[in-house]
Design a protein around this ligand. Structure first.
Ligand code: GLV
Ligand code: MN
Ligand code: MN
Length: 419
């Protein structure tokens, strides 16, 4: 079978380049800057283009209420649960051109390569392009896969707001995605298996000279929003002893978060404060309110919670000492996911048969696979990315590594579809 699977590398690379042109980012000199926020002009253009590619192949296309796109190649027994693959095409501000896109266009090319090889799959093979894997617009990642797996309440989802206070309900309807979000949920037996191809977004494969990673588990992410309220006033006239500067308190809180994440001593504990909104945001005004967003992850959710407990104790101390209000709001606290031993074994078989060195590894980034794991057996394939860089314009994966990943994906899809 493997000999007959020929990946069309020039076409795949050219499609990745085309997708990267649907961007809201200014061009840069050190790579390809991609900004593709969910339901923006560029996101909608990318979706239309992807649907055209699918139609050219004669694949069936379905779009659900939140905009997840399903591209299906019907099997000879289409009533059986399908085998699915895919990822996302949205991109955070000023990101690169490989995150997510390799799994979507690579998944499409894997299906096309299997078709060219003459395979007639028993189970249908389906490609999914998920809506808003990135949390940029609505503050929570994996919107599409959370709704598919029933992890996110549809009413809560529709009430999510972007920075202009537009709700998901309004924005998705305006973008042409109507209907109740509850209709996006799929039952646990809907898919026979799920497998996602993605760049590693870390340095290990490249550092160890290994072309392929087989993901055995995905670390557990959580998100919190802290609002610190102090006392604003004139930057010249409000005397220092009288101040309740919200940004100074926020600065201490950020450093406390870093200290407690480091204190676990575990390389798998990571915590990031990536946004900090300062009110009123004027150079000559003492900050009265600050909103911070914390992203904290660990392979061990109990250890993640112990960091949060330590952070809360420091908040208590800060409240008293700096006389500020601090409120904490939980955005999401997800469990880790384990790959299916069966799919991992199939991947190992494929690598052994094709003499491909591989490494079993943990995914520290989250992916839609984290939520697909709630309704299907899953696994992921990682390919190396230069210097481990991701979420930056200089993100890069070689054509050879990308093609190899797609070939392994295609081989495993063929095996799963024949089960
Ligand atoms: C996904 O983009 C993540 O932040 O892990
Ligand atoms: Mn990403
Ligand atoms: Mn991604």
């Amino acid at each position: 079978m493997a000999e007959q699977i020929q990946i069309n590398q020039p076409q795949l690379m050219s499609e990745l380049q085309t997708l990267a042109t649907f961007t809201g980012a200014e061009p840069v000199t050190d790579g390809t800057a991609v900004t593709r926020i969910v339901f923006s002009f560029d996101d909608l253009r990318a979706r239309a283009w992807l649907k055209e590619l699918a139609a050219t192949e004669g694949f069936q296309v379905r779009v659900d209420a939140v905009g997840n796109i399903f591209i299906r190649w019907a099997g000879t027994e289409p009533q059986l649960p399908a085998v699915a693959t895919g990822s996302h095409t949205d991109a955070i501000p000023h990101a690169g051109m490989y995150d997510g896109t390799v799994g979507v266009l690579g998944g499409l090319e894997a299906m096309r390569a299997l078709k060219r090889s003459g395979l007639r799959p028993r189970r249908s093979i389906e490609l999914i392009m998920f809506t808003s894997e990135e949390p940029t617009r609505f503050g929570i990642g994996c919107l599409g896969s959370r709704l598919i797996s029933g992890i996110l309440d549809p009413i809560r989802a529709d009430a999510l707001q972007d920075k202009d206070e537009a709700t998901l309900a309004t924005v998705r309807t305006a973008a042409g995605f109507a209907g109740s979000l509850s209709s996006a949920q799929l039952p646990p037996n809907h898919y026979h298996a799920w497998i996602e191809l993605h760049i590693e977004q870390g340095p290990l494969l490249e550092r160890e000279g290994i072309p392929l990673g087989i993901v055995t588990s995905i670390a557990a992410p959580a998100g919190y929003r802290f609002t610190i309220t102090g006392l604003g006033g004139h930057a010249g006239a409000l005397l220092m002893p009288d101040r309740k500067d919200a940004l100074c308190a926020a600065a201490e809180l950020i450093l406390a978060i870093e200290k407690h994440a480091l204190a676990t001593g575990a390389i798998d504990t990571v915590a990031t404060v990536g946004t900090c909104d300062v009110h009123p945001g004027a150079v000559n005004s003492v900050p009265s309110r600050v909103v911070l967003q914390l992203d904290i992850r660990d392979t061990d959710p109990d250890r993640r919670e112990s960091v949060m407990q330590a952070v809360r104790r420091d908040c208590e101390e800060l409240r008293h000492r700096r006389k500020v209000e601090i409120t904490e709001e939980l955005v999401n606290a997800d469990a880790p996911a384990q790959s299916s031993p069966h799919i991992v074994e199939l991947l190992e078989e494929v690598c052994a048969a094709q003499h491909i060195p591989y490494k079993k590894m943990v995914s520290r980034a989250y992916h839609d696979s984290l939520f697909m794991a709630r309704i299907a057996p899953i696994a992921m394939i990682f390919i190396p990315c230069r210097n481990g860089v991701s979420h930056r314009p200089d993100e890069y994966a070689t054509p050879a590594d990308t093609t190899l990943g797609v070939r392994v994906l295609a081989s495993v899809l063929a095996k799963l579809a024949s089960e």
